[in-house]
Write a protein that binds this ligand. Structure first.
Ligand code: SAH
Length: 283
């Protein structure tokens, strides 16, 4: 017994990546990249699932939980199911809309058990984990978005995501429990993170500060839509999925801030022409 205690007292955490002895969660670059990954739960009905998700996250080293209009939170059931992941719940951010949950994000991956009428770029959990780690490593902010227990994510919500992640479950019984789905993706993120640590330099760096964030992209889509209505290309009465298709198109590219300025500039000048105002070039 005494030996066990002294063993525990002398135990020290040594980060397996930077090899420096220190507090349990080392803040070396490799470790902190998981903090760039947030889990977003939309309109969760059962607080138990919020707790289950928090536990699944903490088991896999994730800590940032964002709740979009949860039905009940904080809640006894959430804390009970968290089984010790109370810090994840205590630090959870509660917001009013998915848009707010995605502020500052560069890459958004939304999960769904169902196929949609406008097929979105579809990936599996393994690719999702790899993408999350690759992008987080360059300082980008990543969101993994999960839907309601009874209805999942709406088409509009999924269309705010760059990728649609499908867990390849039994087609005859495809819908996982929400916390179980969070577990699958968190596990894949951890596997990708461990693999990246095992092979130094494997993960390529991207400079996140150059990329447009989701909130900047939303302002752009709004500007684009108004301009397309202004020039008569988009009929608000019969939109024919034009905006979702354009979102899917721009979502495939990592738009940089400087490119965003060009696009916004083109839209501003187009609007001026529509209003009959003089344009930028003086001739
Ligand atoms: N009845 C809902 C399913 C909700 S399950 C529907 O028809 O969409 C709750 C959430 O868990 C989903 O919104 C999704 O985020 C996640 N989920 C469950 N099963 C999944 C699967 N096979 N692939 C990806 N995500 C899944």
């Amino acid at each position: 017994m005494a030996a066990e205690v002294s063993h525990l007292l002398s135990w020290r955490y040594v980060c397996r990546f930077c090899k420096i002895e220190g507090p349990e969660s080392c803040i070396c670059e490799h470790n902190t990249l998981l903090q760039n990954i947030r889990v977003v739960l939309v309109n969760t009905s059962h607080p138990g699932n919020i707790g289950g998700a928090a536990r699944a996250m903490k088991n896999m080293g994730l800590s940032r939980l964002v709740l979009v209009q949860p039905k009940e939170f904080p809640a006894v059931d959430a804390s009970a199911r968290a089984s010790g992941a109370d810090d994840v719940l205590d630090n959870a951010q509660v917001v009013d809309s998915l848009e707010q949950a995605l502020v500052g994000c560069n890459l958004v991956m939304g999960t769904s058990a169902r196929e949609r009428s406008i097929p979105w770029p579809l990936i599996g959990p393994r690719e999702c984990g790899a993408k999350a780690v690759e992008h987080a490593n360059g300082g980008e902010e990543i969101a993994l978005v999960f839907g309601r227990e009874h209805a999942g994510l709406t088409n509009e919500e999924l269309q705010r995501c760059h990728f649609h992640v499908h867990i390849p479950s039994n087609p005859d019984f495809s819908s996982l429990n929400l916390a179980a789905a969070v577990q699958v993706l968190s596990y894949e993120v951890r596997m990708a993170w461990l693999a990246a640590g095992a092979v130094p330099g494997k993960v390529e760096k991207v400079d996140a500060s150059e990329l447009a964030t989701m909130d900047e992209m939303e302002l752009f889509y709004d500007h684009l839509e108004k301009t397309l209505v202004g020039i008569g290309f988009l009929d608000p009465e019969k939109p024919k999925h034009l905006m979702p298709r354009l979102r899917r198109l721009y979502g495939r590219v990592a738009v940089e801030r400087s490119e965003m300025s060009i696009l916004r500039g083109i839209l501003t000048e187009t609007q001026k022409v529509v209003r009959g105002e003089p344009h930028k070039r003086k001739d």
